[in-house]
Design a protein around this ligand. Sequence first.
Ligand code: ATR
Length: 277
Amino acid sequence: MTTGTTKLAGVLGWPVSHSKSPALHGHWLARYGIDGAYLPLAVKPEVLEQALRALPVMGFRGVNITVPHKEEACRLCDTVDPQAKKIGAVNTIRVEEDGSLFGWNTDGIGFLRNLASNSGWKGPAGPAVVLGAGGASRAVLAALVETGVPEIRLVNRTVEKAERVAAEIGGPIQSMGFDSVEQAMDGAALLVNTTSLGMSGQPPLDISLDTLPASAVVTDIVYSPLETPLLVMAEGRGNKTVDGLGMLLHQAAPGFAAWFGREPEVDQELRDAVLAG
Ligand code: ATR
């Protein structure tokens, strides 16, 4: 039962009904017996600022931010973590004691923890190929640079966009178009898809993996379906694969810890709960 002392958090999005975050945080709250609630909050873009400013007075500990608000939330928070500033997007907010809003971005750490816990991949081991240069890609790129990947080959349909993103993120990123994807994969230790291709209702990624070493890890941030055509193709030729659901689970942990005061576990039980929810 929720009462006047229940710790409140939630996710702001528009629309928000597709979000898996309430099932995810709800599972953790129940598992740890915490007097907390995590609510889906449908907030239109034109009232995002009002909604964020209302959080402290409504007693919220903080929120997650999802599509389409991540960039605007980055501009509206009182303090923004430097990594989130570089990415240009905030996905987690903590309400401070004085009512100010601190925003950060946990997508990159979620991406890295998912890779680390489900594969033997180590950042400095070799070049990484990143497909796509949108919002999700920026968080992945920043995380790869920070973890010491020696060379990142950024492949995007629109090369100018990749060049712009590479310049903004900084680090050893080379930009190229899909006509160079086979050369890009030559000698790579990691292949990441951040495009929407392969998602349910979208065409699959139309690339050959012939030049990718068998030792490379392949991961997709798309998690619907869990086994994207890219992952099926990679598995078929013996590459280690990591699906995108783990990134969603891992990116949620820092917010939960900040609002509810307990480091949560990311395990099979959580995966099953989110898949069922
Ligand atoms: P997100 O925030 O999820 O990353 P986004 O910012 O809309 O979403 O970015 C989508 C990415 O998928 C972009 O890299 C986009 O390529 P462009 O920058 O050239 O638009 C890529 N993408 C989407 N549809 C594509 C398609 N049909 N072929 C190739 N790339 C595609």
